[in-house]
Design a protein around this ligand. Sequence first.
Ligand code: 0RA
Length: 350
Amino acid sequence: MTQEYSASSIKILEGLEAVRKRPAMYIGSTDVRGLHHLVWEVIDNSVDEALAGHCSLIQVTVTSENRIRVQDNGRGIPCDMHESGVSGVEVVMTKLHAGGKFDDNTYKVSAGLHGVGVSCVNALSSELVVHVARNGKLHRQRFVRGEAASPLEILGDTTERGTMVEFQPDGEIFETLVFERHTLASRLRDLAFLNPELNILFTDERLPEDDPLRQEKFHFPGGLEAYVEFLDRKRTCIHPKPIRISSESPIPVDIAMQYNDSYNEVVYSFVNNVHTTDGGTHETGFKAALTRVVNQYAQTKLGGKLKDLSIEGDDAREGLTAVVSVKLAEPQFEGQTKHKLGNSEVKSQV
Ligand code: 0RA
């Protein structure tokens, strides 16, 4: 590199060096899970643009060489010079924890669970190329193992807007470099159910041209209602439409639920689009409310006849399929894998 680095740039390089030294500290592991974590990290930035109301389409592609390309029609990463002496793109791509949020914090909620940012993906990629369409120009910059391998170049004029990130995970870091179509597709489908405005186009270029799974479009204007109907698509429901409960204040809460004729309980919960597989206060609040309401109703209807009737939570949820989604400015995630919501105020709010 011929470029001279300022003190702050040196710190930036040390930052990404730490990510390569201890990748598990940033993305959990270097196995197939960690590999997919890279994709979630990049997509989170595009979803953040969508949550801020600036992005309606996210295209995710697995190339025939097992690279990942994520393209959105958001505002694009700022390309002008940042105070640190490099472009906004380079700051986002090389500065640890900068994430996508070094502007005036227009982001109400962030999708990121670990929120380590796209710079970690860059650090753990043998090559990453970013294209940004912004202010009428198409820009491009290339990175190798987290370091700029070209300046931010202007390729030409454009009327488009948005960001495209293509990366090759580093074989020196990851135990496997093969992405799982099903893992990617189901997360993208979830994101589309949780964000009804969003269009997600998923392409797996490893599949033959005529394979119907090569390209899937995920767009569900019905939101969580559509999600519950999807989850129950092979079951027989005992009432025609899912029950829908939504509220914007004090926090955005969105619930859809439907009973079917099975004995299974399926309750999925999300916080800021993150699947809380270990539940937490939002899920506890929902279950407590449901048990209480069912008991109250039973007492009103049958109270005289069944004085000591008490319906347990498990009974109230027999044959229930439900999705609970909340959006929080400052989620506290708990547990070993950070998949459990801890904010105590959320229980009563839900
Ligand atoms: C920083 C500031 C702004 C947008 C972004 C980053 C941004 C990052 C990514 C990563 C993937 N897609 C993205 N889209 C946007 C705000 C820019 C503004 O205020 O116009």
